[in-house]
Design a protein around this ligand. Structure first.
Ligand code: 5RP
Length: 221
């Protein structure tokens, strides 16, 4: 199976976590896009969705799936999204698609986070994938210097403006031994909107696409 076929398999497998009449958080990226294809097959059975990006919103609307404003809902029953890396505690690096801030908001609202990934995303230690940080444009150089002090090499993602009008710094060469601490530290830098570490609130379950089928993984502590 190709990587794309594995992504499709987990996108469709996630449907089992979507209960009738539920409110569904929808992620961003190529794996989440397959989940939207799957969701379209049961669109009449759900109450609606909250989306984590303009791109996902457009795809949901093209299918005629109702998209609610985040401010209209108190909570979401489930959030389904991909990740750039996930460890065995189900902590993640996200933001490869620059949607990390809205993804973190949708995750915060959700009772359950179902992470859908192909097996190449599962790691023992987070940090090989450059860690995305969304930054207010005027703070870009200051935040880059602060990230450098933490031991990483921040690279400005040229030509990318997030859905919130901000820029992204991708931090290379980090070995993230203490993901929760690092998430808090980076979020505390003035000018940082969000870091793409989802450690303090990770996924509740991961569906991992492997050549021998979709595996369901719970966090190991
Ligand atoms: C977007 C994300 C995505 O979930 C992450 O980049 C994975 O993308 P893909 O499913 O295309 O591999 O965090 O901001």
């Amino acid at each position: 199976m190709t990587q794309d076929e594995l992504k499709k398999a987990v996108g469709f497998a996630a449907l089992k976590f979507v209960k009738p009449d539920s409110l569904v958080g929808v992620g961003t990226g190529s794996t989440a896009s397959y989940f939207i294809d799957a969701l379209a097959t049961i669109k009449d059975q759900i109450k609606g969705t909250v989306s984590s990006s303009e791109a996902s919103t457009q795809k949901l609307k093209d299918y005629g799936i109702p998209v609610l404003d985040c401010n209209e809902v108190d909570s979401l029953d489930v959030y389904v999204d991909g990740a750039d890396e996930i460890n065995h505690q189900l902590q993640m690096i996200k933001g490869g698609g620059a949607a990390l801030t809205r993804e973190k908001i949708v995750s915060a609202l959700s009772k359950q986070f179902v992470c859908i990934v192909d097996e190449s995303k599962v790691v023992d230690v987070l940090g090989k994938f450059p860690l995305p940080v969304e930054v207010i444009p005027m703070a870009r150089s200051y935040v880059a210097r602060e990230l450098f002090k933490l031991g990483g090499k921040p690279i400005y993602r040229q030509g990318v403006i997030t859905d919130n009008g901000n820029v992204i710094l991708d931090v290379h060469d980090l070995i993230i031994a203490k993901p929760m601490e690092l998430e808090n530290r980076i979020n505390n830098i003035a000018g940082v909107v969000t870091v793409g570490l989802f450690a303090n609130k990770g996924a509740n379950v991961a569906l991992v696409g492997t050549r021998s089928g979709v595996k369901e993984i719970k966090p190991s502590y």
